[in-house]
Ligand binder design. Structure first.
Ligand code: MLT
Ligand code: ZN
Length: 465
């Protein structure tokens, strides 16, 4: 038997026998499980050799010890909603799904913290906290499916990031298992803490490449008193971008300032209609929260700014109307996948004042290339989801679309932006990170990876080209 082939057989033998014996009932090598745990929302897929579902810290330690002794790559996974292939294997490996470690371990109302296991679903946590009049702001579009562990690994954002920041702004401390099987506890339980390097921040957003997170202590906030939801409809794309800049320049920070272009609106109305007007070129979805008197005044000011930019304002009448609008917003990505299953979705960020020029450049790029580009996203943050609507079956078109990705990144960086605001690097962006990160910084990052994981067994092949 040849070297590589022999190694694969030996690997599969180890998985089916020794690894399965290690955690009875918590490991599978059944083909249907391997298929189900081999993809994420990036559209990439590659089946692992085994899937493990740890129930406890001790299970994770066992898995890491076994993986280290046998040099088996481990891929931590939340709910598989990531958009850059972070939980998709790129070689024979074990996917470690954290979904069964899904308990909310304690809500401390007085200290405004919550301790959770990584498999807790974001939306479930939000609802649990509501019962105590508490609020956890990060709200990725997949909040009803994605896990807090995945959110921490990817440093997830969401519409409310404009006012409240992203996941890392809420992570106080972590418990995690290192690739050598040792357990670390990072961070503090207190509002402040500056002892030593900030390992909590280092692990947050490390895309599962440095440690497997087993517990998360989050900071939470009091529930805002009232929320107002507005939609501003525009017949002109650039005017919507100008309105975004004007609202923020006026000094109002809404909790969301979301943007969808006309194509995104039409796609979502065709996919799961909620009654959004389809004869528009852009919609802004603006939400304010806080003191009722203050936010009513802000809503009036926003209405007049939008009117000044030829926008028409509609206010959501009640909670049902609000929920419908948000359902539509969260359905944009699925609606676009429905149209073009191989669409390329980027999440670039430009300084918010550059939004109008970025939107103009993207429109020009679409016209020149003949490939539809649909844009939506978190306009208040300057974070635009650029969806290049190419067909994989049409090879020349797909090749051209891949070329456009590089062009979009170049335009973004020229405007002082970054190539990823919330989806991370994973597999899909690793060939591009050299456009943004200098060789010196890249080398430093690789050395950090090597300190944590000298055998390169934790989510190998991700982030670095
Ligand atoms: C969103 O804002 O809807 C998510 O980041 C997902 C996406 O970009 O498609
Ligand atoms: Zn987003």
């Amino acid at each position: 038997m040849g070297g590589a082939q022999g190694w694969v057989s030996c690997f599969l033998f180890l998985m089916k026998n020794k690894f399965a014996d290690l955690l009875p009932g918590r490991v599978s090598t059944e083909p249907e499980d391997l298929v189900c745990y081999g993809f994420d929302a990036s559209g990439l897929e590659a089946a692992p050799s085994a899937v493990a579902w740890p129930h406890s810290l001790e299970d994770v330690v066992e898995i890491m010890n076994f993986a280290r002794s046998n040099r088996i790559p481990v891929i931590p996974r939340g709910a598989g909603t990531g958009m850059t292939g972070g939980s998709v294997p790129d070689r024979s490996s074990v996917v470690v799904s954290m979904e069964r470690m899904n308990r909310v371990l304690g809500i401390d109302r007085d200290n405004m913290t919550v301790l959770v296991e990584p498999g807790v679903i974001n939306g479930h946590l939000q609802r649990e906290l509501e019962r105590f009049r508490l609020f956890y702001p990060p709200d990725p579009a997949s909040m009803n499916f994605c896990t807090i562990g995945g959110n921490v690994a990817e440093n997830a954002g969401g519409p409310r990031a404009l006012k409240y920041g992203v996941t890392r702004d809420y992570v106080l401390g972590l418990e995690a298992v290192l690739p050598d099987g040792s357990v670390i506890k990072t961070g503090v339980k207190t509002a402040k803490g500056v002892v030593g390097y900030d390992l909590t921040r280092l692990l947050t957003g490390s895309e599962g490449t440095l440690a497997v997170i087993t517990k998360i202590l989050l900071r939470v906030l009091p529930m805002p008193e009232e929320v107002i939801t507005l939609m501003a409809l525009f017949k002109d794309l650039e005017q919507s971008g100008n309105a975004v800049t004007a609202i923020l320049a006026y000094g109002i920070i809404p909790r969301t300032l979301e943007f969808m272009d006309g194509e995104a609106v039409r796609a979502v109305e065709n996919f799961s209609p909620v009654g959004l007007p389809t004869d528009v070129e852009a919609i802004l979805l603006i939400e304010l929260d806080g003191d009722p008197v203050v936010i009513r005044k802000e809503a009036e000011r926003i209405s007049s700014i939008c009117s000044h930019h030829q926008g028409e304002i509609i206010m959501a009448e009640d909670e049902e109307a609000r929920q419908k609008i948000w359902e539509a917003r969260r359905a944009i990505s699925p609606a676009l996948y429905h149209l073009k299953p191989a669409k390329i979705n980027e999440d670039i960020v430009v300084p918010r004042t550059k939004i109008p020029s970025m939107l103009k450049k993207l429109r020009e790029l679409s016209e020149e290339s003949g490939i539809m580009i649909v844009c939506f996203g978190h306009a208040g943050d300057g974070n635009i989801h650029v969806n290049i609507m190419a067909d994989k079956e049409n090879k020349p078109e797909y090749e051209k679309a891949l070329g456009l990705v590089k062009e979009v990144f170049r335009m973004t960086l020229d405007l002082g932006g970054t190539i990823s605001g919330e989806h991370g690097v994973g597999l899909t962006k690793k060939d591009y990170i050299g456009m943004e990160i200098s060789p010196v910084e890249m080398d430093l990052m690789k050395k950090i990876k090597n300190v944590f994981d000298p055998l390169n067994i934790l989510n190998p092949g991700k982030i670095f080209p």
